[in-house]
Design a binder for this molecule. Structure first.
Ligand code: MG
Length: 169
């Protein structure tokens, strides 16, 4: 009897952080969150979308967000990060993988993530082509410690599970 072919399961991890600034939008996981402070970066500074993008690209062995969307490219300025995540999903899927699940931790003193969790999960699940319960967003404070504790910015960690896509032929 021939050896059973093993299905391929892979994981990837992503991390991102961005600095707060007054008077700019706060977009996390594709959701516009009412806040006095938003995040600044080359794109729209959506740290959640960036961490998820790196997690799925890493799992697929497809580099990282900086390689795919260099910040030296003017077309990436103020770019919608959910749109960048969409491109990463297409790349992962074209390599023969699908996203199985994504688990995310947002670390910030403010704002509270809980009230926006469902919207973020739903937005990300749609882009990732998974069911809503395959994306989890968890909010944590940093207990007042360090730069996160001083409210200077937000950090985000994401882990993604990828599975080999079933044959559609
Ligand atoms: Mg970023």
């Amino acid at each position: 009897m021939p050896p059973e072919r093993r299905s391929i399961v892979r994981t990837g991890i992503g991390f991102d952080s961005h600095r707060f600034a007054p008077g700019v939008p706060l977009i996390l996981g594709g959701v516009n969150i009412p806040s006095q402070n938003g995040l600044v970066g080359h794109s729209d500074a959506d740290a959640v979308a960036h961490a998820v993008t790196d997690a799925i690209l890493g799992g697929a062995g497809e580099g990282d967000i900086g390689t795919l969307f260099p910040n030296t490219d003017p077309s990436n300025r103020n770019r919608n990060s959910v749109e960048m995540l969409q491109v990463a999903v297409e790349r992962v899927e074209s390599k023969g993988f699908c996203v199985a699940n994504v688990d995310i931790v947002v670390i910030a003193e403010q704002p509270a993530i809980g009230p926006h969790r469902a919207a973020m999960q739903s937005t990300l699940a749609h882009v990732l082509h998974v069911a809503a319960d395959a994306v989890t967003v968890k909010g944590k404070t940093n207990e007042g410690m360090g730069w996160i504790g001083r409210g200077e910015g937000i950090a985000c960690i994401a882990i993604a599970g990828l599975a080999e896509r079933g044959s559609k032929s």
